[in-house]
Design a protein around this ligand. Sequence first.
Ligand code: XMP
Length: 321
Amino acid sequence: NWTNSAIIDEQVEAIRAQVGDKRVLCALSGGVDSSVAAALVHKAVGDQLTCVFVDHGLLRAGEAEQVEKDYAQLTGIDVRTVDVSEQFLTALKGVTDPEEKRKIIGREFIRTFEAAARGIAEEQGIDFLVQGTLYPDVVESGGGTGTANIKSHHNVGGLPDDLQFDLVEPLRTLFKDEVRAIGLELGLPEAMVWRHPFPGPGLGIRIVGEVTRERLDILKAADAIARAELTAAGLDRSVWQFPVVLLADVRSVGVQGDGRTYGHPVVLRPVSSEDAMTADWSRLPYELLAKISTRITNEVADINRVVLDVTSKPPGTIEWE
Ligand code: XMP
């Protein structure tokens, strides 16, 4: 597509002019914006770019692997994965309050990224930090230089003074649909480019109750089934987000084979929205809902009930926490 390759050329040119022969750092989240921003910078300045991927264990099934293996291999970007899932679980132990979870996850994220950035700075120097700021973010923040996505995404303060870098923001003039088009043009996988918005605290705020490894595994399995069936039905793009929520402290009685079960429910929360400010529950086909329910209860031990959230926003929020 001519328009997209023109935008790419223009951004590549601008990045080269800004960065010169200096070094650039980028935090990958697994989301569309940081993936496309990093791919653009890499196209512009190649191995002057280093990426850090903080694997906190709260992404959906397969997403961490997609970033560190598929994305890294496809783009040739130097992606340093920091596996801190154990550290995050320890920090979250016993915590049930949603805002407390957010604070802890944000704090641990910044701590981890900071340590990684320091290591890379010592090793090879860092001059710039890539941010996947989009045009609507720029407008919202009054047009000043980019507010760090790392901050807003994780609801925390950001990096200390000695780790402040000039920002490279290759998506600053673009809308989300343009970012997606460019991502495809750059050869990124459809599944990555069309990924639904996902909260910074990840599955940590989709387990109502304490976050444990066992519960995360249950939720990831149920979530993967819902996602796969939505995709198979060809409805990914008609749904804004499709959270699956584990009610970890609720149990209900079920029956399976000739045995009584006492398992957990999961909530399906598919929503339609333009901007997440307001939302309506998606009228997914009954057949699809039935299939998701059957598969989850058959395939995920400990889940014996699947319920559908039919609340709009307001009064409900999209997430349960
Ligand atoms: P709610 O649940 O408030 O969510 O209707 C609105 C949008 O924001 C996302 N969300 C978050 N994103 N950090 C984020 O980066 C968060 O703590 C957070 N909480 C909610 C949510 O997925 C939806 O897109």
